[in-house]
Design a protein around this ligand. Structure first.
Ligand code: PLP
Length: 445
């Protein structure tokens, strides 16, 4: 147990007004040069990261409970990950696995095969991002099945390239003025247990079988169902196990591939390697990115080997599986295993969920708390009875927390995502939660 004094010493340290004097010119330059499509919630200008702490250009120290959008799984600049990157950069930075061979492409594939959420043999495709991993799964599903159509869910976020964007159904600005997108995508409701209760789960799958398949979408023309086992950008909403089991049954019945998008929920974030393991369902393909390389850009599409039956030239990407990114991924998996970070994520997550379990009763704004491990959503509402969403209050809480030195991000319309690195301790989590509780009270009054 840390003493109160130790907690204060170890907590965030805000020393200047925010933004500080050094941050201001960066913000001005950004305003002038950088794509206005980015969505910044507050003016953090990061300079350095160590563990769960990010230091800004003015020397302010923040607790990063966003992990750079669920990416820095082993914390910022974990020494083993840094050493692996440095060593690899000194040996070979690039050779393009699309046209040449190198050993670590195979080494990482073997490692991933051992922890895959479905039985092997497996094959992997390497890309550069989450969208890349999804794009590959979409193309491969069409290629392998010879079918054109796919099913995805409202609230889903699968990325922003044209294929991945066609599956995305999270916010209208993500799609506005970008049509025509890839045709053949049917979007179906994702169960919302908080708003509609448990029975909603099976209403969603009944809709697929009894309406969609019997009216507009012949099941034998469906290549794949894309699902996030825990919806990320859509609001940190876990899929009910019964819903995923039904998706598995429907897929099996009609020769459809079940694709788990674990870009945000994977690599230990939920206390297991893959969130879908919580639901006891085996997918046919898994899309992986974000946490896999602790901040280096790497996307992976992991499939049952028989599915990946395309021919040379069908799909590839110059930088995909870059040696430095692979080295970072191998070091990340080592650190997660050696430091017992799956267990830590589960234990600290349970500690948080236990504490937050009281919040719907304790805090006026909190309607629901849900999640697994270190992937927890706190949904804010204006009124507990009507469950009317509170987006402005959510934004205010996130901003207040920033001013007090804790970095959160929103997701969905009115949810705060709690997604610290997997190395976070209970004491650090409590410090961040003390801040969050204070902000929830200020924003409510
Ligand atoms: N899939 C999911 C579930 C995501 O959360 C994201 C990004 O947030 C993506 C895909 C796209 O990943 P990227 O931004 O690396 O393209």
């Amino acid at each position: 147990m840390l003493t109160k004094t130790a907690s204060v010493i170890d907590g965030p340290k805000i020393k200047t007004a925010l933004p500080g004097a050094n941050a201001k010119p960066v913000l001005e330059g950004d305003e002038r040069y950088i794509s206005p499509s980015y969505t910044r919630s507050y003016p953090l200008v990061a300079k350095q990261g160590r563990g769960i702490v990010v230091t800004d250009v003015d020397g302010n120290e923040f607790f990063d409970f966003s992990s750079g959008i669920a990416v820095t799984s082993t914390g910022h600049c974990h020494p083993d990950v840094v050493a692996a990157i440095q060593k690899q950069a000194g040996e070979l930075i690039h050779m393009s696995g699309t046209d040449f061979y190198y050993e670590t492409l195979v080494t990482l594939a073997e490692r991933l095969s051992k922890i895959a959420p479905m039985p092997g043999p497996h094959r992997v495709y390497y890309g550069n991002s989450g969208a890349d991993a999804v794009e590959c799964a979409l193309k491969l599903a069409r290629y392998h099945t010879g079918r054109q159509n796919v099913i995805a869910f409202h609230g889903a976020f699968h990325g922003r390239t044209m294929g991945a964007l066609s599956l995305t159904a999270s916010k209208p600005q993500q799609k506005r003025r970008f049509s025509p997108l890839v045709p053949g995508v049917s979007h179906v409701s994702f169960p919302d247990v908080y708003r509609q209760g448990e029975q909603d789960a099976l209403a969603c799958t009944r809709y697929i079988e009894e309406k969609l398949f019997k009216t507009t979408l012949p099941p034998e023309e469906v290549a794949a169902i894309f699902v996030e086992p825990v919806q990320g950008e859509g609001g940190y909403v876990p899929a009910p196990p019964a819903f995923l089991r039904e998706l598995r049954r429907i897929s099996d019945e009609h020769g459809i591939l079940l694709v788990a998008d674990e870009v945000q929920s994977g690599v230990g974030r939920t206390g297991k390697w893959w969130a879908i393991e919580h639901m006891g369902v085996e997918p046919d393909m898994v899309c992986i990115a974000k946490g896999i390389a602790s901040g280096m850009p790497l996307g992976v599409t992991l499939t049952r080997a028989d599915i990946m039956n395309w021919v040379p030239g069908s799909h590839a990407s110059t930088f995909g599986g870059n040696p430095v990114c692979i080295a970072a991924a191998l070091a990340t998996l080592d650190v997660i295993e050696r430091q017992g970070l799956l267990r830590n994520s589960e234990e600290v997550g349970n500690h948080l969920l236990h504490r937050m379990g009281e919040w719907p009763k304790k805090h006026k704004l909190v309607g629901d708390v849900r999640g697994f491990g270190l992937m927890i959503g706190i949904e804010l509402v204006k009124d507990k009875a009507t469950k009317e969403r509170a987006p402005a209050e959510r934004d205010r809480v996130v901003e207040l927390a920033f001013e007090r030195g804790v970095l959160f991000l929103g997701c969905g319309a009115n949810t705060i995502r709690v997604a610290p690195p997997l190395i976070t301790s209970k004491q650090q989590a409590d410090i961040a939660m003390d801040v969050l509780e204070e902000c929830l009270e200020i924003a409510a009054n």
